[in-house]
Design a protein around this ligand. Structure first.
Ligand SMILES: N[C@@H](CCC(=O)N[C@@H](CS)C(=O)NCC(=O)O)C(=O)O
Length: 210
């Protein structure tokens, strides 16, 4: 049985809900009152994740934290021989790992600015926004080449990977952090492509493509 410690408005939890939807794997959620309750900072939650962060996944008693780690685990467990995760080619594996790390940067910038603007967290939102803007430009340049030389996903290959899942939420939610994607046409096309993958699910603030 899979239980996701979840908060509906968390971009990092959304990554896991997306992955489970694409894989068609059933799960239950345990709602964590992230805001306004700050339940993730409680003693009880720190016993589950000492880092006091969401998401956390429990699969038959195996407890794993960190969205990127969970995506990797789910791909290895439920997508054996598929192309969401590692194992297609060493080069693609390296690319996926690179963009999973980039997803962490998105959380620390766009995600942080969003926490400041929407959840009133105290942090340096201007610095977070500057970094977020820089990352959107880097992403746009990469996707411009991927559209011309490959299939338009973050890593090479015909299909999207967990790297695309990991990067999608905070790019999609960037406007919540006052970061426009107007000057990032390749990013906008990639978001649209991603939303057309079978099994795509929305969250509050993310709408299906027309
Ligand atoms: N490296 C972690 C970071 C997760 C993270 O920052 N989660 C947010 C929710 S989206 C959180 O729990 N933040 C706790 C806080 O800022 O107090 C991951 O990728 O899962």
């Amino acid at each position: 049985m899979i239980t996701l410690h979840d908060y509906e408005l968390s971009g990092n939890c959304y990554k896991i809900r997306l992955m489970l939807g694409f894989l068609g794997v059933g799960y239950t959620t345990r709602h964590v009152d992230f805001y306004p309750g700050l339940e993730h900072r409680s003693e009880a939650f720190r016993a589950i994740n000492p880092l006091a962060q969401l998401p956390v996944l429990d699969h038959d008693g195996f407890v794993i934290r960190d969205a990127q780690a969970i995506l990797t685990y789910l791909a290895s467990t439920f997508d054996k021989g598929g192309s969401w995760g590692f194992g297609t080619s060493p080069r693609r594996d390296g690319e996926i790992a690179q963009w999973l790390a980039f997803a962490g940067e998105l959380t620390g910038s766009i995600g942080a600015a969003r926490l400041h603007d929407a959840f009133l967290f105290e942090l340096d939102a201007d610095a977070a926004r500057r970094r977020g803007r820089e990352l959107l430009r880097i992403l746009d340049a990469h996707l411009w080449f991927q559209e011309r030389e490959a299939h338009g996903w973050l890593a090479s290959g015909e299909n999207a990977s967990i790297a695309d899942i990991a990067c999608f939420p905070y790019v999609m939610l960037s406007e919540d952090a006052d970061l426009s994607r107007e000057e990032c046409p390749s990013v906008r096309r990639w978001l649209d492509r991603f939303k057309r993958i079978d099994g795509f699910r929305v969250m509050s603030g993310v709408f299906p493509t027309r």
